[in-house]
Design a protein around this ligand. Structure first.
Ligand SMILES: [Zn+2]
Length: 405
């Protein structure tokens, strides 16, 4: 989030309470004011005041509903009013930009995937601004009141200032993406590392919902991790991410875009993994991988069909990642490990090798109950951006801006 000064103490309490009430209405609605008062542990008068403000701003609405176990007249409950509010969720990945308009329930209104090449005369910042501008023009007729812009991308990002320090694939140095978009649109801009945002999305609506301690490891164009500890995403809202991708696994390895050599990403990212497969394929005449163009899908399918070379490549990635995850298990003692990767197509090969690294290399008392599972979402798409907006509503920071109009 772009910081605009620290709110005062009273404002902070108001913001936190409004966010908490909004969250309860989202999770429980339709819900009565009395129930809200109990759940939020706020006085009925406070609930009445917060709900009145939310009603006046058309962020919640009243509805009749039958309380469970009651045969009497329907009660009046509160639900969210989300359709008249839109936000833009953008994802920038290797060579593509995805733009989506979603309403405040996170439901998609329209989504487009467009090319965003690395080599270009114009700066990446200008091209992103232009793509957003053109997207709004194309979909003007569908547009409701805009509340925020959420952007997720790989790289080194200062989420507080909205500055992108470096990115893989694109030539970027100190790109002031957040401030530029805020100045142009007047909207709050939420910028987050895509793996951290994805971890938030899984925690809010996906495979780690309800779990208190989770490590989410992502093996894709980039390799990284998100950590949920004690129910909260570690580092959300700061410039740090859990940089396992830039942990050295081979001191004599390939040079990485971060400046070091032999980072985990240089052996386990999809592009580097396919490059390694291509090299080994030259020495193998019998592999099934010769039968089709080499890509993640063909590699997974060959491995599942028993191809030795394909299987070894996936096992190699699993070992490299598993070694680092085993260390993380000792640090965070998670209930489960989520794997987000196109390699999940061969989950029955990848997951057991990660699990066995954990069993062999971390504290038995911590590792014996850890489960390895797939994430619910794929990183493609704009759901991680939607999680940033949801989080800003729940913590009250965006909600207060909407209430002020
Ligand atoms: Zn690196």
């Amino acid at each position: 989030m772009i910081a605009d000064g620290q709110p005062g103490h009273i404002d902070q309490i108001k913001q936190t309470n409004a966010g908490a009430v909004y969250r309860l209405i989202d999770q429980l609605g339709p819900v009565s004011r009395i129930e809200l008062s109990k759940r939020a542990q706020l006085a009925p008068a406070s609930i009445t005041k917060i709900v009145r403000e939310l009603l006046e701003a058309h962020l919640v609405k009243e509805t009749e509903y039958q309380e469970i176990g009651s045969r009497g007249r329907p009660a009046i409950g509160l639900v969210l009013d989300t359709e008249a509010w839109h936000f833009l969720s953008v994802r920038i990945s290797r060579g593509t930009i995805t733009l989506a308009l979603r309403d405040l329930s996170s439901k998609m209104v329209v989504e487009e995937l467009l090319p965003l090449v690395a080599e270009h005369d114009e700066s990446l910042l200008q091209r992103i601004v232009d793509e957003i501008d053109h997207f709004f023009i194309r979909h003007q007729s569908k547009l409701e009141r805009l509340t925020a812009i959420a952007i997720t991308l790989p790289g080194m990002i200062d989420t507080a200032s909205g500055i992108v320090h470096r990115m893989p694939f694109y030539d970027v140095q100190e790109m002031a993406l957040g401030p530029a978009l805020e100045a142009l649109t007047g909207l709050p801009v939420y910028l987050q590392h895509d793996i951290c945002a994805w971890t938030m999305a899984e925690a809010l609506y996906g495979a780690s919902r309800g779990s208190m301690n989770v490590i989410q490891v992502v093996i894709d164009h980039n390799v990284g991790a998100g950590v949920i500890t004690n129910g909260r995403v570690l580092h959300a809202g700061s410039r740090s991410v859990v940089e396992i991708g830039h942990t050295q696994v081979d001191p004599y390895g390939k040079r990485c875009y971060c400046g070091n050599h032999g980072c985990l990403e240089t052996v386990a990212s999809i592009e580097n993994m396919l490059e390694i497969a291509q090299q080994r394929l030259r020495g193998s005449m019998t592999s099934r991988l010769h039968d089709a163009p080499l890509c993640v899908e063909s590699l997974c399918d060959a491995a599942l069909a028993g191809d030795r070379l394909a299987k070894d490549i996936i096992l190699g990635v699993g070992h490299s990642v598993g070694r680092i995850v085993a260390i993380m298990v000792n640090l965070f003692n998670p209930e489960k490990i989520l794997v987000g990767s196109p390699l999940n197509r061969a989950a029955e090969i990848l997951h057991p090798v990660i699990a066995s690294c954990i069993r062999q290399q971390s504290l038995p008392a911590y590792s014996e109950h850890v489960k390895v599972e797939s994430t619910q979402f794929f990183n493609q798409g704009t759901m991680p951006g939607a999680a940033l907006v949801k989080d800003a509503l729940y913590n009250g920071s965006l909600l207060v801006k909407l209430l002020q109009g």
